[in-house]
Design a protein around this ligand. Structure first.
Ligand SMILES: [Zn+2]
Length: 459
């Protein structure tokens, strides 16, 4: 009996978190969400994984002192954070390297924007939350709604869509993503998701061949839109990419769709930088700043080298990138609501240009600053605004008492140079400190397939 008790108490010791529950971070500079600028850090209190006020009845605070050159930001939120890897027509969600790479880059929360293997992603989230493996928070999107989901039946009934929403909402999804749905299906998805107070976003199209233009989706009550603003300027005689290519972002008629977003409080996630990367646009933003090839498995690197041949899609994205830049600038200046997401699945069958998800958020931030959005504002969008868009502003987005103690610490002031967000050295999630360097080392050589079978993708 004594032996069992001893074993039980040992087990209890092991599951205790290996960090102090009461910490004060002093020194350095901290991002102030109110003024969108940095101020001297007068002390950040961490209490049981949340930000505290300092008025807690605690005597044994563990003090961590930062240097004068340290800048503290709320943990970044990536609202289009794919874990997906696909090659040779097969697809899976990477739960080995991607969680470490996201966290190492200061991303403490991810919305996967359509999970290929939702069961596996739930399992991953449970292991991360239990502290068994390092990774960001997984704010589940659940499976895709639409033909992008391997199990999607194009003739799915209305009640089956409602059931699918209910099932994943019950499991704890934070929102849903539509891709490849009909107008009737999207309307049912939005209606049912809203019954659970959950948001819906969509990868839509121009309206070409019965696809949905964001303009129609806004009328249906969609909450967020990915990639293209849509509207009448995005003509429906060709698909969205072909249409976007020849759009003039200075056309006054663009105001009509921008106003529609503003009037309806709909968020737009431009996923801007990925188009520049795929288009292989010549800009310092797209330089390989992290020697990212080190993160791939040998097998993956071989595939990338053998398929590293630009296609018509790369040329198309090179034409689209300046249109997207101009459109987002107009939208921002008009006062449109912007969210930040990266959209970097590892699709080994198509060359998507350099840049792994996780690292890529720094390119997205820099790309937004390049079109004229102030750096302090861009940080706000990737933290507080993203949390509001997903309906989690009570838990995330700023360094405020009662919220999750999620932060990233970088070197140098990112307001002066947004590229400094890449210098993240420490990430704090739920009050636990992680070394960015150690997380990166643990992910090196692990991203992408080994020579093992992955589940078939029906698409
Ligand atoms: Zn995507």
């Amino acid at each position: 009996m004594k032996k069992i008790l001893l074993l039980l108490s040992l087990a209890f010791l092991i599951i205790l978190p290996a960090f102090s529950q009461y910490q004060i971070i002093t020194g350095g500079w901290v991002y102030d969400t109110e003024t969108k600028s940095f101020k001297k850090n007068s002390g950040i209190y961490l209490v049981n994984g949340m930000f505290g006020t300092g008025k807690e009845n605690v005597t044994n605070w563990d003090v961590k002192k930062l240097s004068e050159d340290d800048y503290i930001l709320p943990g970044l939120i990536d609202l289009h954070a794919h874990y997906r890897v696909s090659f040779e027509g097969k697809a899976y969600d990477d739960t080995v390297a991607m969680p470490k790479i996201f966290l190492a880059n200061g991303i403490t929360s991810t919305f996967p924007a359509g999970e290929i293997e939702p069961e596996k992603m739930w399992d991953l989230q449970e292991k991360i939350d239990a502290g068994q493996i390092p990774g960001p928070r997984i704010l589940h999107s659940g499976p895709y709604f639409g033909t992008a989901a391997p199990d999607w039946d194009p003739d799915i009934s209305e009640s089956a869509i409602r059931q699918r929403v209910d099932e994943w909402a019950k499991r704890g999804a934070y929102g849903f993503k539509a891709k490849g749905v009909t107008a009737e299906q999207l309307q049912v998805l939005i209606d049912q998701a809203h019954k659970h107070q959950l948001t819906v976003t969509g990868h839509l199209n121009s309206g070409y061949r019965n696809s949905i233009n964001p303009q129609e989706a806004i009328a249906m009550g969609i909450d967020r839109v990915e990639h293209f603003l849509g509207g009448r300027l995005l003509v429906d005689s060709v698909d969205a990419y072909q249409s976007l290519k020849s759009m003039d972002p200075s056309d006054p008629r663009l105001d009509e769709i921008i106003q529609l977003y503003i009037e309806n409080g709909v968020y737009f996630d431009a996923t801007l930088a990925t188009y520049g990367a795929i288009g292989m646009v010549d800009s310092p933003i797209f330089f390989d700043f992290a020697i990212e090839n080190e993160y791939f498995t040998d097998f993956t690197l071989d595939i990338i080298k053998s398929k590293n041949t630009p296609s018509a899609f790369n040329e198309l994205c090179a034409l689209i990138y300046p249109v997207k830049q101009g459109t987002l600038k107009r939208y921002y200046e008009a006062g449109g609501l912007i969210t930040v997401g990266t959209d970097r699945p590892l699709l080994l069958d198509n060359y998507l240009g350099a840049g792994i998800g996780g690292f890529f958020i720094h390119r997205e931030l820099a790309a937004m600053v390049e079109i004229g959005i102030p750096a302090g504002e861009v940080i706000y969008l990737a933290t507080q605004q993203n949390s509001e868009a997903l309906g989690i502003a009570d838990k995330a987005g700023s360094i405020s008492p009662g919220k999750w103690a999620d932060m990233m610490i970088i070197r140098g002031n990112p307001i002066e140079d947004i590229n400094r967000t890449r210098s993240v050295h420490t990430v704090v999630k739920g009050g636990k400190f992680y070394s960015s360097h150690d997380l990166k080392n643990a992910a090196k050589g692990k991203l992408g397939p080994l020579v093992v079978e992955v589940p078939d993708e029906d698409q």
